[in-house]
Design a binder for this molecule. Sequence first.
Ligand code: PGA
Length: 250
Amino acid sequence: MTKKIIIANWKMNPEGAKEASKLFTFGKDLSKKSKAKIIICPPFPFISLFKEKKSENFSLGAQDLFYEKKGSYTGEVSASILKSLDVSYVIVGHSERRKLGETNELIAKKVSASIKAKITPILCIGEKERDAEGAFFGFIKEEILASLKLVSKKDIKKVIIAYEPLFAISTEGKGAMDAHSIYETVIFIKKVLSDKFGESSTGVKIIYGGSVDKKNIKDVLFVGGCDGALVGKASLSPQSFEAIIKNILL
Ligand code: PGA
């Protein structure tokens, strides 16, 4: 069985560098005894504190990037800046960025720029809500195809798809989507990919995000049929993050 991937999306946390260093060291140490691969995605300024060679079970990620190579783009960070700091993964098109105005068109350029720089894009997609008629499947399909518009057959395997239904993110206790619905959606995503990219899409990693914690991680991975999970809130506490990793008994 291939190794599961657990991605810690710290979002705009923690509040300072000292706390960030502690949390990072904890995650890195945890990876030494983990059966899963751990990828930590801190806010940009902390990344340079953690410039470290990746190990078998551990990699550094970022939460976003800009598609241009360099130049007058105040506030933006390029793929090559990230690459120079040992970043090997980057979250692209998170719903919290889409909410701030990111379009599929912009996201497609970011996906393409990260592939060119040999940084694995973690493309986030997911519906806002579900309707009884299943129109949300059309939304998911459109979002995937538009966000992957600039990706060739040859490169599709370099992308990780993170399925994150918006209503399951940061629910503060309401919990993740039920594992059967996750499974059904993962199958749908695989079908969309195979219709577009053919056999080249076999084996593209699909992960789930949205209120993942120690209680639901096994269901998400083993009932939901996911290759990993994108973890927000529960990645900010060493105890809850460790509990997630410990619950992945492969
Ligand atoms: P959550 O966030 O685990 O806090 O719901 C997941 C995400 O937004 O990636």
